[in-house]
Write a protein of this length. Structure first.
Length: 77
């Protein structure tokens, strides 16, 4: 019975770790000007909380589609 409990606990822990790993990742930053396409930069940013990720003073965003990059990214520390 204890073996089954440890197996279930281990599976739940592994599942939680994989979800966290896919949620908090480094991403390429995109510039976004209203009414124009999102433009890829050479700056890596992250989704985790922190200071804003900027390039030449301009906020960088996460890519969703060619015309949509609504989520601000944060600086890798």
């Amino acid at each position: 019975m204890a073996v089954v409990a440890f197996g279930i606990a281990g599976a739940m822990h592994t599942n939680a770790m994989s979800k966290k790993a896919t949620t908090l990742v480094n991403k390429w930053g995109y510039t976004h000007i209203e009414g124009e396409n999102c433009v890829l930069t050479n700056q890596m940013c992250r989704t985790e909380p922190g200071p804003s990720c900027k390039l030449a003073g301009e906020q960088l965003y996460d890519f969703v589609s060619t015309t949509s990059c609504p989520t601000p990214l944060n600086k890798i520390q």
